[in-house]
Design a protein around this ligand. Structure first.
Ligand code: ATP
Length: 325
């Protein structure tokens, strides 16, 4: 009920009478008073005036109630778990996946002590500054499509940031979201198979929000949304926008069976497009010009002789020939 009260007060922007809250939620005045007290304890400033009721004085406390009051999607984030601190949200989601949690269950943390990137790399996850979440998915398509979800999520994150800030984030294939050619978001998708079927997929995302000091080695290629935008970002609103974008993008992707509905929009954001890239293939590195992603999420790279190779994200990374992009 706390999240619902919060949503109602925020929407109204005015005083809402105790009586209205009671009848809306079918509870006693004492129960409303208790919920208000708990929200205050969490840090919300709520004015209470006799005969007028309650009013939310602009406040946002990043946590479970804040997110529940904002995320009103049909399935993406409909079940939500918030942790102040955890090892990694992918681990939480995988565990819940084993225990039968539903499609769309969302795991959010304010700090990760063991945030991870691809191939065992680490993801800097200090408290207070950023968004870390993992969404659990139970797709009914074949396992070879699962790696495309990473591109779907990158697209959704870019859309959400653009909706909030008006900035135009770019995507470094397959799944890094960039502002000013620097990374603001990393995505790690992992899958569990049961025979030849997908049991579940977890898609983990870190978004750098607040201006911060990154450690050496990361600093060169990392930035944050507020650093580029120069204004404060509400993590709750950004996460809400990501869930809304992802629900729409995922449904379109699942209906089509590939990335075709998102492809034009994805390629428009592709930082690599038309640029020289170095393909870091374990079987041998090579260079070419990136021509865009295809509907399977592979990067088309053209070599000197004009031969176009479809590069599959599972095996390789791509870098600009002079640096990160
Ligand atoms: P690839 O192109 O193979 O995906 P990547 O370097 O983008 O390579 P990821 O697994 O996506 O690899 O992300 C992990 C890397 O991102 C780390 O090795 C580190 O360099 C960098 N990194 C770690 N934490 C952050 C952060 N909070 N913001 C930006 N970059 C980070």
């Amino acid at each position: 009920m706390k999240a619902e009260i919060l949503a109602l007060l925020r929407e109204s922007g005015e005083f809402v009478s105790g009586q209205e809250l009671c009848s809306r939620f079918g509870v006693t005045r004492a129960a409303v008073w208790k919920a208000i007290g708990q929200l205050r304890k969490e840090g919300y400033e709520i004015e209470a005036v006799q005969n007028r009721g309650y009013k939310l004085v602009a406040a946002e406390v990043y946590g479970e109630n804040e997110l529940r009051s904002r995320i009103r999607t049909a399935w993406a984030g409909a079940e939500l778990h918030f942790h102040r601190i955890t090892g990694s949200t992918n681990l939480l989601a995988k565990q819940a996946g084993e225990e039968g949690a539903p499609h769309g269950a969302l795991f959010v943390a304010d700090e990760q002590t063991a945030g991870r990137g691809r191939r065992g790399r680490s993801w800097q996850s200090p408290p207070g500054a950023n968004i870390y979440f993992t969404i659990l998915l139970r797709p009914d398509f074949a396992p070879d499509r699962a790696s495309m979800l990473t591109l779907v999520m990158a697209h959704s994150v870019a859309e959400a940031i653009e909706r909030l800030t008006g900035l135009e984030p770019e995507i470094k294939w397959p799944n890094d979201v960039l502002l000013d050619d620097k990374k603001i978001c990393g995505i790690l998708t992992e899958m569990s198979l049961e025979r030849e079927y997908i049991q579940y997929v977890v898609c983990g995302v870190g978004i750098n929000v607040a201006d911060q000091d990154f450690p050496e080695g990361v600093r060169e290629h990392a930035t944050a949304v507020e650093t580029v935008w120069g204004r404060r970002v509400s993590k709750g609103v950004l996460l809400q926008y990501v869930m809304e974008a992802f629900e729409k993008d995922y449904d379109a992707f699942a209906a089509a069976g590939d990335l075709s509905p998102l492809l034009e929009s994805y390629n428009r954001r592709l930082v690599n497009l038309g640029r020289r890239v170095r393909v870091l293939d374990p079987k041998g590195e090579w260079e070419g010009t990136a021509r865009g992603a295809n509907a399977r999420g592979e990067l088309l790279v053209e070599d000197e002789a004009g031969t176009v190779t479809e590069v599959y994200a599972g095996e390789v990374s791509v870098r600009g020939i002079y640096g990160y992009v």
